[in-house]
Design a protein around this ligand. Structure first.
Ligand SMILES: Cc1cc2nc3c(=O)[nH]c(=O)nc-3n(C[C@H](O)[C@H](O)[C@H](O)COP(=O)(O)O)c2cc1C
Length: 170
């Protein structure tokens, strides 16, 4: 699939087959993520993933349901790599994390998997359950083969037209 098709066909999958995701596909996804840009090439992230029922069970400390998915990525920021732009005072870590998560999401599509980006979880409970030091769980990407009954939610079809969100600077 080319990128245009991936963008038009991707939707948030909230029902997965229990079929495990092949290790080779996990490796391919992570290789694609490795190429993603970050501010000042700071790479302020670590990615943990659970691919066994035991691993996924640990993540239920922070969230009840993973939609039956066999694979969950937890994208963490590295606390000591947070930095502020001197000019604006703004911190870029969350932008970097968003880029990493989005790349992971589209990389999953590229290898034939469905995904849903998840921020509704308790980062403190997740951090405790995983014994993380110096890392903050920022978001999760729930990944797997879509179940037969998987369909896009109504939200998927609610998009503004380009002319409603983009305008030329003249
Ligand atoms: C930053 C972010 C956080 C999200 N958090 C959740 C979440 O916690 N649970 C969930 O079911 N979907 C979550 N989503 C998915 C959005 O609801 C979904 O992308 C949006 O409704 C558009 O639908 P679509 O992805 O099917 O096109 C999140 C998406 C983004 C980008």
């Amino acid at each position: 699939m080319n990128f245009k098709d991936i963008c038009s066909q991707r939707y948030s999958v909230r029902s997965f087959k229990s079929t495990p995701v092949e290790d080779e596909k996990i490796a391919q996804i992570l290789e694609m993520v490795k190429q993603a840009p970050t501010a000042r090439n700071n790479q302020p992230y670590e990615i943990l993933y659970a691919k066994t029922p035991e691993g996924i069970q640990k993540l239920t400390a922070g969230r009840d349901s993973f939609f039956g998915a066999p694979l969950v990525f937890v994208i963490c920021s590295i606390d000591e790599k947070r930095w502020h732009n001197r000019q604006s005072g703004r911190e870029f870590t969350l932008q970097d994390i968003g880029i990493i998560a989005t790349t992971l999401m589209y990389a999953s599509s590229e290898v034939g998997l469905g995904s849903v980006y998840v921020c509704a979880f308790d980062p403190i409970k997740t951090k405790e359950a995983l014994n993380l030091e110096g890392l903050t769980p920022e978001c999760m990407m729930v990944v797997g083969y879509p179940a037969e009954d998987a369909t896009p939610s109504q939200m998927h079809f609610n998009r503004r037209n380009v002319e409603e969100f983009a305008r030329e600077i003249k």
